[in-house]
Design a protein around this ligand. Structure first.
Ligand code: HEC
Length: 143
């Protein structure tokens, strides 16, 4: 009995290890293509205008007629509810805020999509969505 089930158990263990190994290999094989840190993304794409602390006082902010928004008070402006969807829409360019004629706020959806294309990201649209979400979640921590 034992010598019949034991090989099956060994095969099962090896199969499990192989799957786990494959998953780890898949995740670690392209580390530079998967942005995972909202703060890092914020510093790279947003801080020049909105400031490291999000107050709209980044080094480039003075160049604009319309000052970059104070991102530490988004929740306050939305009466205490942090509007993650609206913030994501403002970032990727779907928001009607964009309609403000002279807005200097770049349309990040397009930038992220181009970058994802250049890096040959596996799922460019998901990469854009993930980046946008991570940044919006980081902006939440600035409130
Ligand atoms: C080149 C300068 C610049 C950069 C870089 C920039 N923004 Fe902006 N952003 C602005 C300006 C200017 C406004 C105000 C635009 C307006 O009201 O039309 C704005 C508005 C916003 C708003 C709307 C806020 C509100 O309450 O209506 C959000 C949210 C925002 N930015 C987030 C971001 C995030 C997140 C990033 C990084 C991915 C970023 N911005 C990068 C200039 C910039």
């Amino acid at each position: 009995m034992i010598h019949i089930t034991r090989p099956a158990a060994i095969v099962a263990v090896i199969a499990t290890l192989a799957v786990v190994g494959a998953v780890i290999f898949f995740i670690s094989s392209k580390p530079s293509q998967t942005p995972v840190d909202g703060r890092e993304l914020y510093v790279r794409y947003c801080a020049s205008c909105h400031g490291t602390g999000g107050r709209g006082d980044g080094p480039a902010s003075k160049a604009f007629r319309r000052r970059p928004a104070d991102l530490t008070r988004v929740r306050e402006r939305y009466r205490g509810q942090y509007p993650v969807r609206e913030v994501m829409a403002a970032i990727d360019g779907r928001s009607p805020v964009r309609a403000h004629g002279d807005s200097a706020m770049p349309v990040w959806g397009i930038v992220f999509e181009q970058e994802a294309g250049e890096k040959e990201a596996r799922w460019p649209r998901r990469t854009v969505l993930l980046q946008t979400r991570l940044i919006a979640e980081y902006v939440l921590t600035l409130q």
